[in-house]
Unconditional design. Sequence first.
Length: 223
Amino acid sequence: MRRFLVPGVPPEGELIALDEATSHHLLRVTGIAPGEAVEIFDGAGEAAEAALVKVEEGTAVLNVIRRWSDEKADHTTHVLLGQTRAQVLDSTLRMVTELGVSSIQIVHMARSVAKGDKRERWLRIIASAAAQCGRTVLPDLHDPDSLLGAIQGREGVRMVMVPGAKAQRPTQGAVHLLVGPEGGITPDELVQVEAAGWSRAGLGSTVLRADTAAVAAVARYGA
């Protein structure tokens, strides 16, 4: 069933009019026909099955048939990504969203090739990935920050991915995973991270690309 992100999910039996962009995608891109059912979700745990009942001046109007809620999991995974080139970061955001992370933090680091805030683009990628993989709760996307700003004030298990480091045991509760950009984490940055209470964790005997390392870290230690 096709899935679409909406600002809020109405009660059963009520109608919802989609915005222009979502209506275009539903009607023109996916070709949903009158009477056909789709799933709508608000990114905060509320979802519903809804059927297309009419189109008014290009706006799709749906009737909510069945509504449900999904609670956030007790085990949470928070991934901190050293900012990489746009194409690499786009694919990383998509994959860690599909893997179920609870939050994402973009970190400006010494070896980051690209820097800046592309929040609207990143949110679109995350929303699209969530719709595709069946998530009803979107991961929180924090504002980009410096390394020191990003690693402070975090409670739970905190791991920094370092090639050749010893693998850690999977844990429960809140897990924070820091992955460097292209070129990795500098020795000075590693000193700062460990001084803040983070421990080194490995991902095997080979040196991984930044996007591969992020996915491997989440799959091994996270959600």
